[in-house]
Design a binder for this molecule. Structure first.
Ligand SMILES: [Zn+2]
Ligand SMILES: [Zn+2]
Length: 436
């Protein structure tokens, strides 16, 4: 049976899997990372979803999402309106983050997948397609329309007592757009696409790791190999003094470990920790009622839901806006100290922590999206209106810098000093767990 060799992106362990299985998942026995998932869905399915997404995009962005009605006055707003409001209020950084995460990147990702799968369907593989797919992998986590959708739901819960809410066509298009992009992420068989786009001779012949090496097997680095973090191809390691090489399959620059990972991550974590203070102390929005302005901090917003009896919504915002940023900062500090002190305790749990931090990071944008919608929808002139306040910018920087910190951290660093003793503590497993 032909086998492929891959390295675990989180702990660098070399793993083999049989190439002939159509549908399977491959989990690293050492750190538990899902190394490889073969969906066996055709390129046509992803193409069909990308066309659907592109058709839904304009109405989802431009048409009003919903209308709020109170005392005979009504106000409606679209996704684009939320940007314009932040821009008009001179919250340029927040407007920029909402622009890229809710408007530009979702369109870009749909267009990239459409182009790549369209060419693949025609059986043509020009060299620029690898660059497009690389861009898709790079930008994927920065498109946040599903979080925007949750923001819409929370806005509805918040406003349901004070105004009558009607859903407009934009909402249904937006909902369908979110479902379509989620479907693309599920059906996209990246390994197959990379294999299709791979230029001839790009594959590096790699010896399979010894059978039954399990969790105490060799790492890619120790075997003179290095993993491409974009397309997950193994390349031969360059001599330490040489210029960093490029992946022959996707063209990404390859480093043994992410360069200056520890220094960059510390800088970003400390920035987030510092800015988290003004983000929580300063008001995040200003509610004006009959001309009297009242400031509201993140915690005030949460208390509103608890007093209102909406405990679930209060808990969701409390988790996304307070617990998640604090948890991420503490978690990243633990990971940084582990990498710097060569600590070998609980490495598997710490790698799970790293994956969790990477996964939850984007969800903190929820509060920003809720404020964006409230500012647009609650604008009833003298009666009542809502504006963004300074903490919105600080909070937005905290979210982006913690996301960047999780990106710059290289989880393999905590495994690099993993001694044999620690290896033996974990019972040896077969080469890799494969589930058909
Ligand atoms: Zn691993
Ligand atoms: Zn690559």
């Amino acid at each position: 049976m032909p086998t492929h060799t891959v390295a675990c992106p989180d702990c660098d362990l070399l793993l083999a899997y049989s190439a002939s299985l159509a549908r399977h998942t491959l989990r690293c026995p050492r750190c538990g990372c899902m190394v490889h998932r073969r969906a066996d869905t055709s390129v046509d399915t992803a193409l069909a979803f990308s066309i659907t997404g592109l058709l839904l995009y304009i109405p989802a962005m431009v048409f009003p999402l919903m209308t709020l009605e109170t005392l005979g006055m009504s106000e409606s707003g679209s996704v684009i309106d939320t940007l314009i409001c932040f821009y008009d209020n001179r919250y340029y950084f927040v407007a920029f983050i909402v622009l890229i995460s809710a408007v530009v990147f979702p369109l870009l990702l749909l267009s990239l997948i459409f182009t790549v799968t369209m060419f693949a369907r025609m059986g043509r593989y020009p060299s620029f397609l690898t660059r497009l797919l690389r861009l898709y992998v790079f930008l994927e986590e920065w498109a946040m329309i599903e979080i925007f959708l949750l923001g819409i739901m929370i806005t509805i819960m918040k406003m349901r007592h004070s105004a009558e809410i009607h859903f407009d066509p934009g909402f249904y298009c937006f909902l369908a757009l979110v479902l379509t992009t989620m479907a693309i992420a599920t059906v996209l068989d990246r390994e197959r696409l990379w294999a299709l786009l791979s230029p001839p001779g790009a594959a590096v012949s790699v010896p399979s790791p010894p059978a039954n090496a399990g969790s105490s097997g060799r790492t890619a680095l120790a075997s003179g190999l290095v993993l491409c973090h974009v397309c997950r191809q193994l390349e031969r390691r360059r001599p330490p003094a040489a210029e960093p090489g490029r992946c022959r399959r996707c063209g990404a620059t390859i480093h043994d470990r992410k360069p200056d990972s520890i220094a960059y991550t510390w800088a970003l974590v400390l920035t987030s920790a510092l800015l988290l203070i003004p983000a929580n102390i300063l008001p995040i929005m200003e509610v004006e009622f009959l001309g009297v302005p009242e400031n509201s901090t993140i915690l005030d917003g949460i208390m509103y839901f608890f007093k209102d009896g909406s405990y679930l919504i209060g808990l969701i915002i409390l988790t996304a806006s307070v617990f998640v940023p604090v948890f991420k900062i503490i978690g990243l500090i633990i990971l940084l100290l582990t990498a710097q002190t060569n600590n070998t305790g609980y490495l598997r749990s710490k790698t799970v922590l790293y994956r969790f931090i990477t996964f939850i990071g984007r969800w903190s944008m929820l509060d920003i999206f809720v404020i964006a919608l409230l500012v647009v929808l609650v604008d009833f002139g003298f009666l009542t209106s809502i504006h963004a306040a300074p903490a919105a910018t600080y909070f937005c920087i905290v979210v982006t810098s913690t996301m960047l910190a999780a990106k710059t951290f290289d989880a393999r660093l905590i495994w690099d000093n993993h001694r044999q003793a620690a290896c033996e503590a974990i019972p040896p497993l077969p080469v890799a767990k494969e589930a058909s």
